[in-house]
Design a protein around this ligand. Structure first.
Ligand code: NCD
Length: 332
């Protein structure tokens, strides 16, 4: 964002809360566009705040840290979890939300450009969460906005807040990241959550297994980054090659909407299905994750397995997004 035009706001805060004015924090007034902007120390900081948020929600449900602040939630692509959890995060912190998820009912339908739309919304809001079908869209929005932009998924590009919540899930469930073997399975080509998570994991001492149909392998730019960071990796077609040595199994749906050729989607759509049989071959302490929506990759028969972490993962997303909003707005 344009730092020159940053404005300072002041709101009072209940004295008993472990949060307050933190305008010296590393993310105050900053955009969240890519996981490339995070170091390990940043993650520790974010997860510390997210953990506090979890405690606060458990104890009191909601509190007025962001009272008077407004989030504009601008979604040009469908969303359930990301939009609902950002809204819940803002409201649990006492702030409010301008929801624009039906862009066909906004001036976007009249041909308004993304820069004009974000420059309009920042007249009314303190922070903008943006999901857009084009990779790089949030960086363009950030160039034109003076208020922070949070990338909630830019086409086949990145989904940094999802990767943060994915990593937070691993930390909360397993207790550490170094030393783990993480297997990413499904659509590694178009799945933006995979791109962001693989990049974020490369900051740690991990082994990565990639399991996908041949045509849905990891994009070259992500592979290059992992190579530069010397991340040990192996690539497979068959999940059984690695299931027994996996600590975290991260499954994704095949991203139907990204395919140019519908017949090609039909060929690969049912490539992997996690069933109780699959889980019987997995480690006792493995966790099974999925960003959701699932469209058949994980059988519902697996849901009651304690290793199925995907619904807990959604809840962790609330705490991470509360932390990010508080930090970006200078309150944690
Ligand atoms: C993901 C997304 O939008 O990239 N969903 C989410 O935000 N939890 C994954 C997907 O759509 O498959």
């Amino acid at each position: 964002m344009n730092q020159m035009r940053r404005r300072h706001n002041s709101t009072s805060l209940s004295p008993h809360l472990p949060f307050g004015d933190r305008r010296d924090g590393p993310f105050y007034g900053k955009d969240i566009l890519s996981v490339g902007q995070f170091r390990r120390a940043d993650l520790q900081h974010i997860f510390g705040v997210a953990h506090e948020m979890r405690e606060m929600v458990t104890r009191v449900g909601s509190f007025d840290l962001l009272k008077g602040k407004i989030l504009a939630s601008l979604f040009y692509e469908p969303s359930t979890r990301t939009s609902a959890s950002f809204t819940a995060a803002m409201e649990r912190l006492g702030g409010s939300v301008i929801p624009i998820s039906e862009v066909r009912y906004s001036s976007v339908a009249k041909g308004e450009s993304l820069p004009d739309t974000v420059r309009t919304l920042e007249c009314y809001a303190d922070v903008i969460v943006l999901r857009h079908p084009e990779a790089g869209a949030s960086a363009i929005a950030a160039k034109h906005a003076s208020k922070p932009i949070i990338n909630a998924g830019d086409g086949v590009g990145e989904h940094p807040t999802q990767a943060l919540l994915d990593l937070f899930t691993i930390v909360e469930e397993i207790g550490h990241v170094d030393g783990l073997t993480v297997t990413l399975c499904g659509d590694l080509k178009y799945g933006r959550t995979v791109h962001s998570l693989a990049r974020l994991l490369s900051l740690f001492d991990v082994r990565l297994n990639f399991v996908s149909p041949e045509i849905l392998g990891l994009p070259d730019d992500v592979s290059e980054e992992l190579k530069a960071k010397k991340v040990p990796r192996s690539d497979h077609r068959d999940l059984d090659d690695v299931i027994g040595d996996t600590d975290v199994l991260y499954v994704t749906r095949v991203q139907k909407e990204r395919f140019e050729d519908a017949a090609q989607y039909e060929e690969v759509k049912g490539s992997y299905v996690i069933t109780p049989d699959t889980m019987a071959r997995a480690r006792d302490r493995m966790i099974l994750m999925h960003p959701f929506p699932r469209v058949g990759e994980i059988s519902m028969d697996v849901d009651h397995d304690p290793r199925a972490a995907y619904f807990r993962q959604m809840e962790y997303g609330l705490y991470v997004r509360m932390a990010l909003l508080a930090m970006v707005l200078g309150k944690a």
